[in-house]
Design a protein around this ligand. Structure first.
Ligand SMILES: [Zn+2]
Length: 314
């Protein structure tokens, strides 16, 4: 039985920052903070994680930390504990054992999962693990997870639920995965930035630094930008509807930084998803905003670490 004086450390590695915090399943997230990932290198990331561990373990509650949970972008090979394939937002974070991110002198158990899986896990916990939930994050990329009650669905190898890389437009826009026509190429922030950069309009910032507000401001004055964002919404809705037809979840939860910034109109996105569904699915599906916001990855990592006896992958 877990009691509230036992804590778990959650670390959520993102494209621009490393979020962290501690808590447990009983009280949720007790502390949350983040450190900028201003230099994109493995050694810098390891230094940040080392700083976080020093901070957490020297805190008065540090002696009560029982285990560490880590969320990371990228495809995780479950059998080999490795991030594999292409990791577009953190290209240096591939073909490494995730356990190697934690200094050797730290003897706590370490558990890990894809960041979108952990977002979905946190949202499932918020809903008392009662439902089958699909969780989607819209940010630099498109993340997706599927939790059946309290079980994260991984597929045979750990590669499941890559909504961002489902092809919607064969032969369409080039994607970060090097294929064409994926959801991510149209609906993610990076995909939108890339498409808008090809338009002949001047930017006050470099295309790579355009944030959600910049994109919405551009859309308000340029119909071509507006159409690109509308197309991003439609293709995201089609991808989500396809997943819903396949999996028949109780709830689809949508979050991520771009959704918090209202990149896509919430009512329009919900309606579009339902338009793309068979009527029986559309009548029953619940589409909800993420409850845990940008803290979901850390919260999911904490809950994963606490539930670790059920998720040991060795
Ligand atoms: Zn792709």
């Amino acid at each position: 039985m877990i009691t509230s004086n036992k804590y778990f450390l959650g670390i959520d590695i993102g494209a621009s920052s490393v979020k962290y915090g501690w808590g447990n399943c009983k009280i949720g997230l007790q502390y949350f903070n983040k450190k900028d990932l201003s230099i994109k290198s493995l050694s810098y990331l390891k230094n940040i994680i080392s700083d976080i561990l020093n901070l957490a373990l020297s805190n008065p509650i540090g002696q009560n930390i029982q285990a560490i949970g880590i969320g990371t972008p990228g495809t995780i090979d479950l059998k080999n504990h490795q991030i594999v394939g292409i990791n577009p937002n953190l290209p240096f974070l591939v073909n490494i054992d995730i356990r190697s991110l934690i200094p050797d002198n730290i003897k706590l158990p370490v558990y890990w999962d894809n960041d979108a899986n952990l977002m979905c896990f946190a949202e499932a916990w918020q809903r008392n693990f009662k439902n089958d939930i699909v969780g989607i994050t819209v940010g630099s990329g498109i993340g997706c997870g599927f939790v059946q009650k309290d079980n994260i669905f991984h597929g045979s190898h750990g590669y499941a639920m890559e909504l961002g890389h489902i092809c919607i437009i064969p032969g369409g826009e080039i994607c970060s995965c090097k294929r064409k026509g994926c959801v991510e190429a149209y609906s993610s922030m990076d995909g939108l930035r890339r498409r808008i950069s090809l338009l002949e309009i001047p930017f006050s910032k470099t295309e790579f630094s355009l944030n959600v507000k910049d994109l919405l401001n551009l859309a308000a004055i340029d119909p071509k930008v507006y159409r690109i964002i509308e197309e991003g919404l439609s293709i995201l809705a089609q991808g989500i509807a396809n997943l819903s037809v396949l999996l028949d979840p109780e709830v689809i939860v949508i979050g991520g930084g771009a959704m918090e910034g209202a990149l896509y109109d919430w009512e329009k996105l919900q309606n579009k998803i339902k338009e793309c569904l068979p009527s029986i699915n559309a009548q029953n599906i619940k589409i909800e905003k993420a409850l845990a916001g940008n803290k979901a990855g850390v919260l999911g990592a904490i809950i994963l670490a606490e539930s670790a006896n059920k998720f040991v992958w060795e």
